[in-house]
Design a protein around this ligand. Structure first.
Ligand SMILES: C[S@@+](CC[C@H](N)C(=O)[O-])C[C@H]1O[C@@H](n2cnc3c(N)ncnc32)[C@H](O)[C@@H]1O
Length: 259
């Protein structure tokens, strides 16, 4: 086993996999996942809605916006319909760079590197707090002078300082040209989306699991999108983004274009 993998404390990538119905987790992850679910009974629905949002956003950007390059930061463990599978089904020449800092994701990365012969997939073991390093590594696979969709789904919530989280987004979006996109999701405490359940759930998480997490308001989420043009329907629960009939979950989602 990779000696960076700790089985004595729950890790987000593994608990997320548990909530998604996967099999790549340890007993401690299941235990903490069940305790969090007791505080926030729809947390499994949040995880599923987030993945479904990823599928709709990547489909839209590949099929309608002509995007062929994706930088997926905070990838998570391989699951059904990973970014390269969604994009390359539509455009086999799509190139995808995955980034995560959890050693278990690194261990499973081979399953993410099964793209089409026409396209390319790459995995980078790096921390989102080092966007310069991510961009330098991504430049080996992506042409950063051409539009890129930057995916940051369920990960800025692990950057507890809001200014630092904003700076990460700004550094990434500054490095890609006009016509690039930001795809982002983030949990919230906002009661309009049922987010009050996140208060106790995240308090429990922070006492018992890693990495520490936070939620953000609609206005804080909107600040990640400053200077970008929002695609319809704007900022909504990620479950309802281009799926208006769906029920809200306490996770914002948006897709925006760099002008
Ligand atoms: C909630 S999961 C989301 C996975 C996937 N993006 C999705 O939406 O289904 C968050 C992922 O971000 C990763 N992560 C957390 N903090 C990170 C950091 N500072 N740098 C890189 N990855 C990080 C975790 O290991 C985990 O795989």
């Amino acid at each position: 086993m990779n000696d960076r993998i700790r089985t004595d404390i729950a890790h987000n990538a593994r608990v997320w996999n548990y909530w998604l119905g996967g099999k790549d987790y340890y007993p401690v992850d299941r235990e903490v996942g069940d305790r969090v679910t007791a505080f926030h009974p729809s947390i499994g629905a949040v995880a599923r809605a987030d993945r479904a949002f990823l599928g709709r956003a990547v489909t839209r950007l590949t099929a309608e916006a002509g995007i062929r390059q994706f930088l997926d930061i905070g990838t998570g463990l391989p699951t059904a319909d990973n970014t390269h599978e969604v994009a390359q089904r539509i455009a086999p020449d799509s190139r995808i760079v995955y980034v995560d800092n959890d050693p278990i994701v690194l261990t499973h990365a081979r399953a993410l590197l099964t793209g089409t012969p026409e396209g390319r997939t790459e995995y980078v073991d790096a921390d989102a707090r080092d966007p310069g390093r991510i961009l330098a590594a991504a430049a080996g696979t992506l042409d950063l002078s051409r539009p890129v969709a930057v995916l940051i789904l369920g990960i800025l919530n692990f950057v507890l300082d809001l200014d630092e989280a904003r700076a990460i987004v700004r550094t990434l979006m500054d490095a890609v040209p006009s016509g690039s996109y930001l795809v982002v999701t983030h949990p919230t405490y906002d009661p309009e989306l049922g987010g009050e359940a996140n208060v106790a759930a995240m308090e429990f998480w922070n006492a018992n699991a890693t990495p520490p997490i936070t939620a953000r308001s609609r206005a804080e989420f909107a600040s990640f999108l400053d200077g970008l043009d929002l695609l319809e329907p704007g900022i909504v629960s990620c479950a309802r983004w281009q799926a208006p009939e769906a029920a809200d979950v306490a996770q914002y989602g948006a897709v925006a274009r760099k002008p």
